[in-house]
Design a protein around this ligand. Sequence first.
Ligand code: SF4
Length: 314
Amino acid sequence: MKCDKCGKEAVIFQKYSGMHLCAHHEIEDVERKIKKRMRQERMVVPGDHVAVAMSGGKDSAAVLSILVETFGARPDIKFTAITIDEGIEGYRNFSLPKVKELCDRLGVPHFVVSFKDDVGCTLDEMLTHDRKEASCTYCGVFRRTLLNTMAKWIGANKLATGHNLDDDAQTVLLNVMNGDTERLARLRPTRPQEGLVPRIKPLMDVPEREVALYAFLKGLPFYMGECPYARESLRGEIKDMLNDFEARHPGTKYSIMRGFDNMVGCLKEKYPQVPLTKCEICGEPGIKGVCQTCRLKERIKIAGKSPVKEQEKI
Ligand code: SF4
């Protein structure tokens, strides 16, 4: 097949747009989508110090690369990479060197912090002690908190993540399936919350397979393996279902996000954003009383008598 724009050999057929694109025009198309979204939401502005959450996979590699390519020459904008090492044997130990390689190549400072250091045990160890929650619940909660803490610690005022179109469409469906409309409303925060570094998601309009292709075509180092726990979660099932739908009904993922954006205003009226309070144990922002991170830490300690560090009360 030939590229619909220039007649060269096509590397992808975008079923949702009906376009065949060559490597050059696919890269151009992905970058156009990312830059348009960054402009629309003023994601990066002069004076920003952006922390970039780096897992070592295609998404984070793509997001760091395009941020540096777009703004790297600007002396008034700074980027720092942060990696959370959850302690997943056979996964994170392979992806970490890829982050290091990319950060070295782009000249971006890189910090790593581990669950072992902060929580007191690795994710693998946690899960041998306690299986009451899904693996991704522990991982997601601790990682979110650590990313926020680290971003604040390095003095960043924004946190960029590699969430792509598929991730967002899965999250919307996941919350619908859980009947959690309040959480759905929180996916588009009205204003920044004290203590939480605002997040930006430059890849939110790019389908996952095109992020992978982009990272590959740009020659970025990234790890292709999948987390061994990924298939245990409901999200994994939703991912398969969505991919199946997308194959038969191209554009489904974009439609889900369009529908969500049309109704999120009503949801925000029903569930207005409530100011966060400080967790009674760790002092980090939370909904009320003790935050979810401290609750889970307590749970692991009880379940497995694992060496979870005590938090100082503040
Ligand atoms: Fe963590 Fe789940 Fe992602 Fe694995 S799939 S890295 S356990 S959130």
